[in-house]
Ligand binder design. Structure first.
Ligand code: CO8
Length: 373
């Protein structure tokens, strides 16, 4: 069986970003106007008053200071409260394909691969902007890649689960070189009028190349020692957005069609699941937790990551043991652990071990144990 390696990673981030302070000013103005307009119904108990948000709470509860936005326009406009993304014609590169292509080129450069080297393209993320034609096939065409491509949706575990598929393909011999891309365009699904969730997400795109070890020429490459996935059904993170709205005569952009969660429950349930999964995963790879030099964890909440790292290590982690990118990027769905990997892997030495791990909606947990070559 061929050995599979991650031979390059890529990152593209938008130029625009929104700080907590900007977000809170816009949300509070919206909430105060809403409460004024609905004062009598609130008084009668028919409508719930909108509570105010605070930048201090957001940073303390999540570790987030700001988030990149593919399109900032509209998000802070109290008359709109959502991004204003200009539509593109069918014969133009779609927004999400453009994000994907930018990160893909970065990963291909890092791995020293050209379009001719790649056999399979997987676009995997929390949402694709349409069902078909697949974004992966559009990206394939834009990059001039032969072979085949397909899209995958696994919410926050989309990147790790796609890397699993890439590993399987390389190991089985069905593709020698795979391009995995995670164009996370999350802000159109954020309810910016909801105090509990308006601060959580940002937009970004990540990519990685998985190939056979014997074709790898990259300076920084990682042998995949093992992969592991776990899913367990939960309604605690949910979006009902989907194509049935048309037939259900449902409002396609109602609150239940946007991202919503019971964050406290998710925190309590997912932390022990993730810690247990990771312990089993490194055991399966035949290594001890203490041998792992770096944990590239999913980035949803700083307190969550610190708790999981403490459970694993029995002490607080050093920054580089489990790097955090939440302050700058916020939660970027599946891209979080890949941003951490991309920014913090080049200092590792040959033989050093690391783990890439995601956890989130589904619930879903995915991980890969890797060794620097
Ligand atoms: N400002 C001020 N106060 C607030 C705010 C706010 N914005 N929000 C809540 N509060 C208040 C609450 O009302 C509460 O007040 P009280 O104590 O008086 O009742 C108090 O602050 C504490 O509230 P919480 O208990 O809710 O606060 P937490 O400390 O639990 O923090 C978090 C909330 C940050 C949401 C936290 O629970 C969390 O991060 N949980 C983990 C969630 C998680 O990991 N989710 C994964 C989601 S990502 C994913 O799966 C991908 C989905 C697909 C992508 C979607 C793209 C759109």
């Amino acid at each position: 069986m061929p050995t599979a390696v991650i031979s390059g990673s890529g990152l593209w981030k938008p130029q625009e970003y929104v700080t907590n302070e900007e977000l809170v000013i816009a949300y509070n103005a919206y909430a105060q106007r809403y409460n004024k307009e609905n004062a009598q119904a609130i008084e009668r108990g028919e409508v719930a008053e909108k509570p105010l948000s605070s930048a201090e709470f957001i940073e303390k509860a999540s570790g987030i200071k700001r988030r990149y936005t593919y399109c900032k326009e509209g998000i802070l406009d109290v008359d709109r409260m959502r991004p204003k993304i200009p539509p593109r014609a069918d014969d133009e590169l779609s927004h999400q394909a453009e994000m994907a292509v930018r990160a893909a080129r970065d990963a291909m450069d890092a791995a020293g691969k050209s379009a001719a080297d790649i056999a399979m393209v997987v676009v995997s993320c929390a949402y694709t902007q349409r069902a078909y034609p697949a974004i992966a096939i559009e990206v394939q065409q834009a990059l001039g890649i032969q072979g085949f491509g397909f899209d995958m949706l696994v919410a926050c575990s989309a990147a790790t689960f796609a890397l699993h598929r890439a590993y399987d393909a390389v190991a089985a011999g069905s593709a020698d070189c795979v391009l995995v891309i995670n164009p996370e365009l999350t802000t159109p699904q954020v309810n910016f009028t909801d105090r509990d969730g308006h601060f959580i997400f940002g937009d970004v795109s990540t990519a990685a190349i998985m190939e056979r070890a014997d074709t790898c020429t990259s300076v920084h490459s990682y042998e995949v020692l093992s992969t592991q996935a776990l899913t367990q059904y939960s309604n605690n993170i949910r979006s009902n957005f989907g194509y049935l709205s048309y037939a259900e005569d449902a409002q396609p952009f109602a609150d239940d069609k946007l991202f919503r969660q019971n964050g406290r429950k998710v925190f309590k349930e997912v932390c022990p699941m993730a810690a247990e999964h990771l312990t089993q995963q490194v055991e399966k790879a035949g290594v001890a937790v203490s041998d792992v030099k770096r944990w590239w964890l999913h980035q949803a909440n700083i307190n969550m990551n610190e708790l999981i790292a403490r459970r694993l290590l029995g002490r607080d982690p050093e920054f580089l043991e489990a790097p955090i990118v939440l302050d700058e990027y916020a939660n970027t769905a599946s891209a979080g652990s890949m941003i951490a990997f991309h920014l913090y892997n080049k200092d590792l030495q040959p033989g050093d071990l690391g783990v890439i791990c995601s956890f989130g909606a589904g619930y879903s947990i995915g991980s890969l144990v890797v060794k620097k070559r």
